[in-house]
Structures are given as C-alpha cells and as structure tokens.
Design a protein around this ligand. Structure first.
Ligand code: KIV
Length: 283
C-alpha cells in the first residue's frame, strides 16, 4: 500500500467512508519492524516508553533526549508506517521557541510528525510548530502528563460541561492545523460527539468504537506488560508468558549441560588441536 503521508491521514474520516486508522506504539527497531510488517498506518514513539520500557510509574520522567534516542531507533528500521514522535512533559511548556527546537530534534531523528498533549492552552505552541512545517497530532481527554493535575489517571469528559469543553478543544486543535487528534479515556458518546465535531481523524484509546482510528501500546497488545490491564486494553498474545517459558527452558538446559551441544560450538581442525597437544582430549 505504501507509506501514508500526513495529508492522507488528515483526510481519513470514517464518516466519509474511510477505513479506521491503525496506530501502535513502538520504541525500538525490532518493535518498528513488527508494527510495519503488521501493516500499522502509524507508529507512535510514545512517552509511554517511560512506563513500559524504562520502569517509571508515570510518563513525566522522560526527556526530549530520551525520546530522540527512541525515535532514532524506530526510524533506523525504515518502517512503512508514518512515525509520530511524542513530545515529553516540559519539552513544549516553556515557550514556542523552545517547543520548535525540541520538536525539530524529533524530526531530525526521523519523526514525520510530533504529538502534543493538551487543549487550547497549547495553541501558541502548535501554531508555531505548524508554521515551522512540523505536522502536529493533538492529544486530549485523559492526558497522562497531567496525572497530578487530574488527581490520577481518570476518565475525562464525564460531565456535560467537560464534554462540551473537549469538543471545543478538539475544534481549536483542528482549526490550528493538527492533522489528527488522540482522544484518550473519554466516554463513548463523548468520543463520538468530538469525532463528529472535527474534520480531522480522531484516534481513540479508551474512547470507544466511534473514533476514526484506534491506538494501543505495543506491550499491552502483545501481553509483554502483564501487571496492569486497563479496561480498554485487548491482549492479542501472551509474549511475557512464552518469553518466561523460553528463558526457563534455556536456564534448565544450561544447568543440565544440554546447552550448548556440539553443533552449537566451534571446533579446531585436527592438525591445530594436535599442535596444541589437545588432540583426543578436548574439542
Ligand atoms: O505515549 C503514548 O503511548 C500515548 C498513547 C497512549 C496515545 O500517548
């Protein structure tokens, strides 16, 4: 099918007959190859790397340099999926100039677009990015970088007024030029209302079936993360389980002497072994 571009994605509304968009996170080259071969339209190098790869309790700990490192690893795999680099906390809060400088680092590392959490108060940064020719994906609803301000990872837009504000925020982001908007952790009907309110695609996570696309975290889809399972996650494999089984089999073979066998070892030829006086004693 070939790699989708930002304008192609920006026009993909299910309401206009388009297929839903598929976005998955990935943080390294093997993950990017898997996502690309699986046909993902977009790879989000998410700041969720903080939690699922680096072991932090929230996403606030990663820096722009961490994100550059992971975007570059994904880009080296040359995936067929469009690469979106997540702007981490404090990389777009200080000033529009600082935001453009940080986003440019992700683009130079191989991202074709960046994602920014937050609604209307992010508009000055988003406008500046777009005028610097850096495509922006918005992200509203449950924005994990606001975990402390929200008082936890809580579903957003549950009251009518909050839902209306989300729709207004989505319209402002689309008007500012965002080519797509992630809608995270909002009730189904609110996600539907927001999706119908904008002419750019919404990509849902914990936002029900009426968005223009869906995104899930790599480690959740594959069952690598098995400690927490939010309601909106569907696991398609038990990679943690089969990995533990495989590692245990290796450990058993090492302990029993079954690994490595002759075919898994290098050998001297007879003449060299004899020259070392080893012939017939050891391989
Ligand atoms: O960082 C991330 O993985 C995300 C997705 C959950 C949308 O922002």
């Amino acid at each position: 099918m070939g790699k989708l571009t930002v304008p192609t994605i920006g026009a993909r509304k299910v309401g206009n007959g388009a297929d839903p968009l598929v976005m998955v996170t990935a943080y390294d080259a093997p993950g990017a190859r898997i996502a690309s071969e699986a046909g993902a339209d977009m790879i989000l190098v998410g700041d969720s790397v903080a939690m699922v790869v680096l072991g932090y309790d929230d996403t606030l700990q990663v820096t722009i340099d961490d994100m550059v490192h992971h975007v570059a690893a994904v880009a080296r795999a040359k995936p067929e999926s469009l690469i979106v680099g997540d702007m981490p906390w404090m990389s777009f809060h200080v000033s529009p100039e600082d935001t453009v400088r940080n986003a440019a680092k992700l683009v130079k590392a191989g991202a074709q677009a960046v994602k920014i959490e937050g609604g209307r108060k992010r508009l000055p940064m988003i406008e500046r990015l777009i005028s610097a020719e850096i495509p922006v994906m918005g992200h509203i609803g449950l924005t994990p970088q606001s975990v402390h301000a929200m008082g936890g990872f809580k579903v957003q837009g549950k009251k009518a007024e909050a839902a209306r504000k989300l729709a207004q925020a989505a319209k402002s982001l689309a008007h500012a030029g965002c080519f797509a908007i992630v809608l995270e952790g909002v009730p189904v009907k609110v996600a539907q209302m927001v999706t119908e309110a904008v002419d750019v695609p919404t990509i849902g996570i914990g936002a029900g079936p009426h968005c223009d696309g869906q995104v899930l975290v790599y480690h959740d889809i594959l069952g690598i993360e098995d400690r927490i399972m939010p309601k909106f996650v569907r696991r398609y494999a038990d990679v943690k389980g089969i990995s533990v089984d495989a590692m245990s089999a290796f450990a058993d073979d090492v302990r029993s002497g079954a690994f490595p066998n002759d075919g898994e070892s290098y050998h001297l030829n007879d003449a060299q072994a004899e020259a070392l006086g080893l012939y017939g004693s050891i391989d």
